[in-house]
Design a protein around this ligand. Sequence first.
Ligand code: CA
Length: 618
Amino acid sequence: MVRSRVILFLIFLLHGVLCHAEDTLKIYSVEPPFWWAGMEYNNLQLLVYGQNIGNTNVSSSSPDIQIKEIHRPENKNYLFIDIEIFPEAAPGVYKIEFLNDINETTSIQYSLKVRAENAGKQKGFKSTDVIYLLMPDRFSNGNPENDNHKDMLESADRSNPNGRHGGDIEGIANHLDYIADMGFTAIWINPLLENNMPAYSYHGYAITDFYRIDPRFGSNHDYKLLVDSAHSKGLKVIMDMVFNHCGTGNPLIEDLPVPDWVNMWDNFTRTSYRGDIISDPYVSDYDLEIMEKGWFSFGMADLNQNNPFVYNYLLQNCIWWIEYSGIDGIRMDTYPFPEKESMAKWAKTILELYPRFSIVGEVWLREPAQTAYWQEGNRFGYDSFLPVVTDFPLYYAMSEAFVEKESWQDGITKLHNILSQDFLYSNPDNLLVFADNHDLSRFFTTINEDLSLFKMAMTFLLTTRGIPEIYYGTEILMTGEEHSGHGYIRQDFPGGWRTDTINAFVAKGLSPDQLEAQLFLKKLLNWRASSEVIHSGHLKHYLPADGIYVYFRYNDDKSVMVAINKNSEEVQLETARFKENLTEYNSAVEIISGSAISDLDNIRLPSRSAIVLELNKD
Ligand code: CA
């Protein structure tokens, strides 16, 4: 009897020890990891993730911050703490304490940093800019030492088109001069945040840590230095953000803070990818639900932006990166996929906090009307507060216009037709125009690797309205068919790896056509960089006729005439029908060849080419 009592006592004791072990407090992470003193956004919601942290009382003795509310989700590993940071709160470390019901305590030292001198003064990107889009894993490997990382699931394998190739931030930093010398004024880098996924992690769209640069690209500090360095060379930096979904390897997905952090389905349900239905007046609830709440892919969980905790998490993450890194703008992925009212609130808030900032939303839609629906200030009953949208309609037109045989509706008239629908847009100058990007067949492949067509199309892209984007490698005629797999349209930039025998950064080993394309773009880009009339001038175009498309960019002082001749023969262009744009002008200089033109009544158009004439009044 006594013996059994001893055993019972021992069991009781052991139970107590085990309970204590379970109750032990441990904090894994606090997000945002720090904030800044003197911010306009000073009501912060901290997400505290830690063992049994949900049962604690939270306190701070500082008079400069106030804990306003504590949200306790069912999952005891989380707390959401609303704190107000008073304007007088000085930069420094603020202690927040956690106490559980058996008097165990733990604490965090929460830092309020000093804001950067130029914080909040970002310039934004606009039609004065031309953006160079690059995929960091595929651009240049500045540091082969970081290709693999002990905590990251996928290792580098340059022989695998869908694997990691080792490109990184140092590689980008090493070649900023090349990008600036080419005449680009901004860079959009595909996502750099941690993607700790077992495969396909190179592209960056399956984020597993919203506050950490993937260590295989570098560190957060490296990113900040890259932005500073880019700025010192006159280049703006656009951060690629993804709020619609995240990688299933994200700790917040593996251990959900709240059950509806992501949109859950009984069985895996993929989005329909049909962004066009969001603006459809006849859309069914069923279709909307699949589109908005379906998952982007098996490894990419669909975040629920309508949940206020998720919304705050994403908003604060965005502000954090703007403040931390000093970026100039954002490219937001898959804009029609997340809940649209929450995204509108996000865009409005960011632009109120950073009025000169720019955001471009990826709206992958075929029709100008559907695209215009997503630009701010439209008349269609939904205001996205999104200043810039991607011009996919013009992309589709460009991919057909130059290769098709001319007819009433085919060929170059497609460019004219798309531009003629600009009345739909609240601001056509704020359309991102492009011939390809990281998801599309490379443009040189689309136009059957024809250098003449390439030059005509690039001339159009860089002189029409909008903000041009050029995908890395376009300048050296890189090829790739989207249907072969995305790895083939995202190949390594030659010269980015130390063992490369061809080095496009210094024009070593390029073919004559590649050299010609690179020099052609360099000339055009550098001319465009200082051509105000292209940035903000009016556009007037004339109906394409006989395979020739003529348009003007003009303001009160200047006028530029562009003529694209698709014919295989040289043409003497009679200019009588363009009189309204030419009456004040007597001569011109063609900006690529540098040749002077003294007779504007008859202009020689070489076969299969475009000319860009700066018109003169004397
Ligand atoms: Ca590397």
